[in-house]
Design a protein around this ligand. Structure first.
Ligand SMILES: [Fe+2]
Length: 353
């Protein structure tokens, strides 16, 4: 049973980034910013667009180290471009000193509370990277597999491996029982045996194991190896949607632009097999009120399988459950490994168990 919206709770990001004493002392002077401070009506406004473009480009170039030897050429190029755009935006929009320093303080606070991994999907950045990869694959003739979507910040590597079938939940959460099953295939319909379906999802309160101290390690996380026919299946509980941490940096930003921080109920997957491109995806639970209003832009039309509700006593007995259960059929279609195309295995900072 899905938790009603009123019961959604922001999941807890309990991992914190250690700060050095020097940083900690600097932080004492950083007041947590609020967005209402950013636009004081009494603040004096300057004229817009008052700086020559050549001045902006010259300062950005020098600040990026473009005119000196040493350093990383790629980082210089990216930094220069971002600085030019930033300086130009400040000048064009007459972004005030207070607004700039409010943003600097905000980013510092978001980093200290370890919410940058949530802000990235919240501002569409993670989905935009997916859109670029989709287009690159389309141009390379690789379209047609199961659509990718965002990973989010809550993956933990090293979940227990099951062969063919497994159970994700430890029985401590009395949510609706869910069976999910399907096949991993290539684009010609041929089964892929030995593929790893790495699955993780939230519990009925919208919380993930490891980040939620109430749950056992790796609860609702497993790696299922497909059988000789490429099939996988698992038993678990129906996940709930969740929201960004109440009062946190992500919620603060979203509130300032009139958005919410809710994610519809979903189940994450990595699917990988030798000779195929790594797939990062998720399925959404079809009846969630936020299904097409995900703050992280993760919902995709082909990733919303129907949910069957099974109450046939014979089928319940076969599944060894005492109550009606939910069932989802979903097949994954992998695209072949491709030389010369950007890899789909993303290197990013992840929490380690
Ligand atoms: Fe998630």
């Amino acid at each position: 049973m899905q938790a009603p919206i009123g019961d959604r709770r922001g999941f807890k990001l309990i991992e914190t980034t250690a700060v050095s004493p020097r940083v900690a002392s600097l932080n004492e002077y950083t007041v947590a910013p609020t967005f209402c401070e950013a636009a004081q009506p009494q603040e004096e406004k300057m004229a817009k667009g008052i700086i020559e473009r050549s001045v902006i480009e010259d300062l950005a170039s020098r600040a990026s180290g473009l005119d000196i030897q040493g350093g990383d050429r790629r980082i210089k190029e990216i930094m220069n471009r971002l600085l030019v755009e930033l300086f130009q935006a400040i000048d064009d929009l007459d972004i005030s000193m207070n607004e700039v320093w409010s943003a600097v303080g905000y980013l510092g606070a978001a980093g200290r509370s370890n919410e940058l991994g949530l802000i990235a999907p919240g501002i569409g950045l993670e989905h935009f990277l997916d859109l670029r990869l989709d287009e690159a694959e389309r141009r390379a003739g690789l379209a047609g597999g199961t659509p990718r979507t965002i990973e989010g910040p809550l993956y933990i590597a090293g979940a227990p491996i099951c062969h063919g079938a497994g159970r994700l939940d430890d029985g401590s959460d009395e949510g609706e029982v869910l069976f999910m099953q399907g096949q991993v295939r290539d684009q010609n319909g041929k089964p892929v045996p030995g593929a790893i379906v790495d699955v993780w999802h939230a519990n009925t309160r919208g919380n993930y194991s490891h980040f939620d101290p109430q749950q056992a390690p790796y609860n609702l996380r497993r790696r299922i190896e497909t059988d000789a026919q490429g099939r996988y299946q698992f038993r678990t509980i129906m996940p709930s949607g969740y929201s960004t941490p109440p009062g946190g940096s992500t919620e603060q930003l979203l509130s300032a632009i009139g958005r919410h921080g809710n994610r519809p109920a979903h189940i994450h997957f990595f699917v990988e097999a030798p000779g195929f491109r790594h797939l990062t995806t998720q399925i959404n639970i079809e009846d969630d009120p936020y299904l097409f209003d995900d703050f992280a832009f993760g919902t995709r039309d082909d990733l919303i399988p129907p949910v069957a509700r099974i109450s046939d006593p014979k089928l319940m007995a076969e599944k060894q459950v005492q109550s009606p259960y939910a069932s989802i059929d979903f097949d994954f279609v992998l695209t072949p490994a491709a030389e010369g195309l950007v890899d789909t295995i993303v290197e990013r900072e992840r929490v380690v168990a």
